[in-house]
Design a protein around this ligand. Sequence first.
Ligand code: ADP
Ligand code: MG
Length: 259
Amino acid sequence: MSTLTVTGLTVAVGGAEILRGIDLEVRSGEVHAVMGPNGAGKSTLGNALMGHPDFAVTGGSVTLDGTDLLALPTWERAARGLFLAPQYPVELPGVRALEVLAEAIAARRGGTEPDRVALGDRLAAEATEIGLAEEFIARSLNVDASGGEKKRLETLQLAVLEPVIAILDELDSGLDVDALRDVARRIERAARPGPAGPPPGRQPLGVLAITHYSRLLDELHPDRVHVLYEGRIVESGGPELAEELERTGYQHYGVDFAR
Ligand code: ADP
Ligand code: MG
C-alpha cells in the first residue's frame, strides 16, 4: 500500500504565490476530489506535484511512501508511479501513442521494453472498454483528437501504465455523459478492484480527481472531497460536500474569509 503525503505545500507561478499551504494525504484505493472555482489553483497543484518547471515550490514537502518527490525530476516521479492526466493534454505530432506508452512502460520497469504485440493487444482491449477508436493507438498522440478523445487517451495511458497515484485534472471536461461513465468506470476498476482484489503484485490505484463540477463525482465516487479556494483547502468532507457545493457554489467561502 502506498501513500502520497503533501504537507504545507506552497507554490509560486510567475512570481505570484498561488498555493498557500496545502495538506493532503492520498492512499492506495482512496478516491479524493479537489473542487474549487476557476483560478483557485487546482491545476497548479497537479502541475507542481508532477514537477512542471513553471511551478516553483517555495515551501512544504511531497512524499510518496517516504521518498521526497520534490527532489526528483518529473520522469522519476512517473517511474515511481505518479501519473498526471493534464487539463490540456499536449499534442505530439509524429509520435505515436503506442511508442509513447512502450517507452513509458520500459522506464517504469527499469528499462525492460514491453513486447510490442502484447502491448498492442492490451491497448486495443483497453480502447474498446473506454470507447476510444483503436486507430488512435497508431496515430500521433492527441493530434486531430477532439477534447473527449484526448481525455479517453489519457485514461488509456493510465490503464496500461498502472500508476500508484493518479492525478486527474478536469478529466470530465469535453466528455459527454456516456464517455464520462466509461472513463469513470475504468478508473474505479483500478481503484476498487472488487472482492477478488487487485491482480497479484499490484495495489489499488489512489486517485486525486480535480474538477469544478460534481458531474464526474456522480460516476467516480469519492471518499473525500476537498474545497480549494484561493490557494488553500478551506473545507474537507465526504461525498455529500460535492452535492452541497453544486447548490451553494463557492462564493460564500470568500465571504467567510473576509470576516
Ligand atoms: P484552476 O485550475 O483552479 O482554474 P490554476 O491553477 O490554473 O487554477 O491557476 C491559478 C492561478 O495561477 C491563476 O491566477 C492563473 O492565472 C495562474 N497561473 C496558472 N498557470 C500560470 C502560468 N503558467 N503562468 C502564470 N500564471 C499562471
Ligand atoms: Mg485548472
